[in-house]
Design a protein around this ligand. Structure first.
Ligand SMILES: [Fe+2]
Ligand SMILES: [Fe+2]
Length: 220
């Protein structure tokens, strides 16, 4: 069985990931490199594992989470679909069964909020793990005057934590701590509305409710 470590050590994957991060830097986009993909892989695994899915399904979610942004080196636009097409032959070469490849490719191809559909439990886990990753360390710009709204929201996020509960109710919770002198709770909510709607849909696929708590106030 192909494991996450094998995928991480595959040379082409490493190169494409680094190039994606480098190219996105030229457009001033937030960080999409090591920290982000490791975190998405880890949280995708955690979501399925703690909700009682099989070890293999949780590992497939970790692999899909690790690979979800690989298409960024081709173009930011449609990077989900591009990424899925790029990675297909590499997974085949690693001898991953087609059934598993299909699960991974569909999760990668459906993680963008503009076109994403929650097709499987793995796709659901990757969507949630990706959309909840807001953090000040992701902002690469040094000059605050050049910040976009997305930069500001990330810059304001001091802490973001994922919590999973199964008893008495199944809940996937994002607990955020934001610096309100940089971004107000309402601004956060406005900018991340579409992401949160997709998270809610993804949580439903996993028979869970999605909760959003910002500075100890429950917004969703
Ligand atoms: Fe992405
Ligand atoms: Fe991402």
């Amino acid at each position: 069985m192909v494991c996450l470590e094998q995928v991480k050590n595959y040379p082409d994957i490493k190169t494409y990931m680094e190039k994606g991060h480098e190219y996105l830097g030229t457009m001033g986009a937030i960080e999409h490199s090591h920290r982000h993909i490791e975190r998405v892989a880890e949280n995708s695994y955690k979501i399925l594992k703690e909700l009682g899915y099989s070890e293999r399904e949780a590992e497939l979610a970790a692999i899909a989470g690790y690979l979800h942004d690989i298409g960024n080196f081709v173009n930011r636009y449609n990077h989900g679909r591009n990424g899925a097409l790029i990675i297909k032959d590499m997974l085949k070469e690693m001898q991953m069964p087609l059934e598993e490849i299909a699960i991974i490719l569909s999760a990668i191809g459906n993680h963008e909020e503009q076109t994403g559909v929650v097709v499987t439990s793995v796709a659901a886990a990757v969507i949630i793990a990706d959309k909840i990753d807001v953090h000040c360390s992701r902002v690469r710009k040094k000059d605050m005057a050049a910040f976009t709204m997305r930069d500001r929201v990330n810059y304001a996020a001091i802490k973001s934590e994922l919590e999973i509960e199964t008893v008495p109710k199944r809940i996937i919770r994002l607990r955020l701590e934001i610096n309100q002198t940089i971004c107000s709770v309402m601004e956060y909510f406005e900018i991340f509305m579409t992401k949160m709607v997709l998270c809610r849909r993804a949580a439903r696929k996993l028979n869970c409710e999605f909760e959003l708590i910002i500075n100890n106030a429950k917004l969703l």
